[in-house]
Design a protein around this ligand. Sequence first.
Ligand SMILES: [Zn+2]
Length: 354
Amino acid sequence: MIFTQVDQRTRHFIAGLPKAELHVHIEGTLTPTRRWEIAARNGIRLPYADITALTASMDFEAPDAPTYLQKFLAAYYEGIEVLRTPEDFRDLTVDYLANCRDERVLYAELSFDPQAHTSRGVALAAVMEGLAEGRRIGRQELGVETNLILCINRDRPVDTAVSALTEARKFRDQIMGIGLDSDELYNPPAKFRAVYDLARSEGYRLTAHCDVDQPATRENIRQCLDILKVERIDHGINAIEDPALVDEARARGITFTTCPTWRQIDTAPRRVDRIRKMYDQGLKVTLNTDDPGLFASGTMGKMLPAVMVAGGFTFAEMAQLMINAFEGAWIDDGLRHALLGRTREYMLDWGNDK
Ligand SMILES: [Zn+2]
C-alpha cells in the first residue's frame, strides 16, 4: 500500500543514491529465514511449525503505544536467542552487508548488544570473532565499510554495563563507539553517567538512544547533552518540542539518527512530519532503519522511497540527508572525503540526466 504512490523516477534515484546508515542494530537485521536456519544448525527447536508461522509471530504490533516498546523488545530478544557461535554472527553480518551492497549503502555503523549475549552464556569473544569476520567480508568482498557501536542495555544494572566495557577492552581496536539502548522507562541517561565517563576516558565516540514519545523524553535528551555529553542522539525526535533544545543541538552540531520505520499495521512511514521539521530547522538529521528484520519498512533501499514521498523531500534534500550521515559518521577524513565525493558525482550525473 505504501509503495503504490512512489513513481519510477523516485525509485531510480534512491536506488543509485550513495547511502549510509548510522543507526542499525545488527541483531535486529536477523530475518525469519536466517533465524530458522541458524536455529536448526544449533539444534534449537523454535516454538513455530514453520517459517511462515515464525514470520507471523512477529506481528507483535500493539496500537497501544505505552506497551509497544516492551512488546517490540520481547520479540527482539526472542529472536537473538538463536545466535550462539561466531558463524552465526558472521552470517548475520554478511546477510545485512550483502543487502547494503545491493542497495548502495556504502557505509554502516552497526550497533550490537554484548550484554544480551554474555548474559545467556555466549562469550564476547565469539560475538566479536563473528562480527569481525562478517565485517572483513563486507569490506573486501562487498565493498561496504563499517564500524561497530557497543550498545549498553539500559534496562540492566549499571554495574553490568561497567563490566561490559571492561571486558570490551580486549577488543578496543574493533569498537568505535558506545551507545545506550533498550527500555528507557525508569532508565534515564543520568543513571549511566559513570559508564559514559569511563567510555570517554577510553577514547570511544558517544551516542545514546532517546526513543520517540517516551515519558520524560525531552529531559532525557537534555541529560544526554549535558551529562553523557554525546555527539549524536539515536532518534531524539522530541527535541523539536523544545526550542532551547533545538538551538543547543544545532549549535553543538549534534547528529540525530532518526528512523522513519513502519509496521504491518501502518499505512505510511512514521514520524516523517517531525523528521521534516527537524530538517527544516537546520538540525543534522539522518535516516536509518533501526531493526530492518523486525519492521515492515525493511532495509534502506525499501524504506527511503516512501519516506521521500511522505516527507515531500526533493532529490537534493534526500542527497543532503545522506551527506548528513557521511558527515556525522565516525570515520577518518579520507573515507569521508571519498564518500562525499561519490554523492557529489551522483548528483551531478543526475542533474545532467534531466
Ligand atoms: Zn535503535
